[in-house]
Design a protein. Sequence first.
Length: 355
Amino acid sequence: MRIQPIRRAAAVAAVSLAVALTATLSVGQAPVGSSDPGARIDSDTGELFAPKSRARLLFGAQDDPDYSVSNMFQQLHGSFVQTAFPYQPNLRLAYEQQLETEIKSDPGSFDWLSFRGDAYLPITIDPDRMLMLGATGRMRRYDFTSSSPVPGNEDLHEFSALLGLGWFLSEDWLMQIKFMPGVYSDLDGTLNHRDWEFFGELTAMWRADESFYLTFGVAADKTFEELGAYPLFGIAWIMSESFRIDMTLPRNVEFSWTPNASWIWSIGVEVDGDEYNVRAPGTKQNFDVNTQEFRAYLEATLRFNDHLGVFARGGSTLFGQYNWSADAIGGGSLADLRGTQDPAVFFEVGMGINF
């Protein structure tokens, strides 16, 4: 009869299925990615291993169902971002003052005080990309002596925005492009095209190893009066859990010591420069004011918790370059202050807030 062969075939299939299920259960739960090329079974334990694949990083183990963009970005690039950059709060508010100084070969003296706020907010948009949004508001109030070529006092303002994109080409390469439009002006009249500036920056950062990063790029701004665009070269070297060096030439070099989670101590040098549009008093003429200071400083930051901290910084403007002159556009003696600044003491205090 034909029933016997059918029963015999069914029995063989059932036995084969049971054997396959038994072999699978003896291995245990296989990690995600077990189908990856290179997966193997340990001959002693019978455990299945698979290479550490991008899919596993993205989607995690079976008991971790968080597939959010921010979580995937954190798993792929969190260690890079947290290590490559020094501490930066989302909101920084500061008061700064430079004491009296002079311009070499020019009569008179001046000092200034400043109020400043900086906001920075990175937003993850996919597992390899993030938006960088920010804004800066700053007012510098200059106080000139009666013998200075600049008549009276002057307030210089900056209101600028940051729109940037950072994307990882691989786990070790980060590209960043930043666009920074803003108003740089004395605000003594209706804004015009001379009050606006459009700055930008393009950089590539490479992780040589877990503690050393290199940066290459180009910047376009008014840090240096004679250089509208200039190359950038930087390093971030994490020497230990407590010490690091951050350098972006030609703008700044900083050495930091973090003895614990609450304190950050820093020492460094930096260049701070800008160009502002100023109206000549009593006329409709506009002229550019260039300010630049090369400074050395010591800074202490105290973090009360993950959301709030305060800081204090002090040091000296070692030298600087000022060009506060209306002669080039026919302003005559309305303003004619230009040359190298003498050393001057400065200090800054403020607070930082993290969202």
